[in-house]
Design a protein around this ligand. Structure first.
Ligand SMILES: Cc1cc2nc3c(=O)[nH]c(=O)nc-3n(C[C@H](O)[C@H](O)[C@H](O)COP(=O)(O)OP(=O)(O)OC[C@H]3O[C@@H](n4cnc5c(N)ncnc54)[C@H](O)[C@@H]3O)c2cc1C
Length: 279
């Protein structure tokens, strides 16, 4: 049960959503955009947040699209993980979506919610960091399209009142050879101790991580080491984990040392598969 009342609004357009949000904000209601609602409701129940109003974006057509065109794939921010997985348009992103939570929650959790939520893993960001994705957002300045990597240095940076409308993935990335590894503590469905997403373009490895540090990331320095075919796979994996951009994450699921150990072994296995032509 949510132990307080709040206003629920369900606009039909981006303009109506923004106007509603700003009106509620002016009235001191501390509104939040509401997509799948899984995190908002959990936090409201636990007392973590207390919004006076939610603005549900799931009836806005621009946020619900899911179609390829000659440029690539257009993904509405309110698409669920299951819709993305089932569409099969971007196999790497579909695989990542299919390994977040269980099927019931995948039918509810949305792309925008995963990217903007407070849970640190934000695993759907990994394929987007690797694919030169762009993001269209809507706010006081109207629609603007920005490089995903610039708006997402580990967590989403939006201007006050802005919402994500769509993500655009260039065609080239959609069918690139790819791999996703998610190592968890015990269960198949759990937060990642180590999540690794990789794509190969022109035989160059691009790789991004979740669970290793306190935010998802892609590291040019680590990629340079992993793409240097001179040293052995083991030596490259050792060197790469010494270059983490931030200290390794530590919590009840796994210590920092254990996460680095798991990452190192995951990288070595990935490199061996690549060298052996299995990717
Ligand atoms: C059982 C379970 C297991 C999970 N396991 C994992 C996991 O292994 N890995 C992982 O990465 N995540 C995991 N999650 C987290 C999950 O993927 C989502 O991050 C989260 O539940 C929020 O998604 P939602 O669509 O319900 O967002 P909501 O609860 O609707 O919103 C979350 C936040 O995002 C904001 N927001 C939503 N959409 C937009 C938008 N379009 N523009 C701007 N702001 C927006 C909201 O205002 C709010 O602040 C798990 C969640 C559950 C319930």
């Amino acid at each position: 049960m949510i132990p307080f009342d709040f206003i629920y609004c369900r606009p039909d357009s981006l303009t109506e959503a923004l106007d509603t949000y700003r009106q509620l904000e002016a009235e001191g209601k501390s509104p939040v955009y509401y997509s799948g609602g899984s995190e908002i409701i959990t936090l409201c129940r636990a007392g973590g947040i207390r919004p006076g109003a939610v603005v549900d974006i799931k009836r806005i057509p621009d946020c619900l699209c899911l179609f390829p065109d000659d440029q690539g794939l257009n993904l509405g921010s309110a698409c669920t993980l299951n819709q993305i997985k089932e569409s099969k348009h971007f196999p790497l992103l579909g695989t990542v979506c299919g390994r977040i939570a269980d099927h019931t929650n995948q039918c509810r959790i949305t792309l925008g919610g995963n990217l903007c939520g407070s849970i640190i893993y934000r695993e759907t960001s990994l394929p987007l960091l690797l694919s030169d994705a762009k993001m269209t957002v809507f706010g006081a300045d109207g629609l603007r399209t920005i490089a995903f990597k610039d708006a997402f240095p580990g967590r989403m940076h939006l201007r006050p009142g802005e919402l994500i409308v769509q993500i655009h993935v260039p065609s080239r990335a959609l069918r690139a050879p790819s791999s996703h590894v998610k190592r968890t503590q015990n269960e198949k469905i759990d937060y990642p101790l180590v999540g690794v997403a990789a794509i190969w373009q022109d035989n160059v490895l691009k790789i991004a991580f979740s669970g290793v540090c306190a935010h998802p990331f892609r590291s040019p320095r680590m990629e340079a080491v992993l793409n240097d075919h001179g040293p052995s796979c083991a030596a490259r994996a050792d060197k790469a984990v010494s270059l983490l951009p931030k200290p390794a994450y530590s919590d009840v699921r796994g210590s920092a040392e254990y996460r680095v150990f798991v990452l190192r072994n995951t990288l070595e296995a990935l490199l061996e598969d690549w060298e052996n032509g299995q990717i």
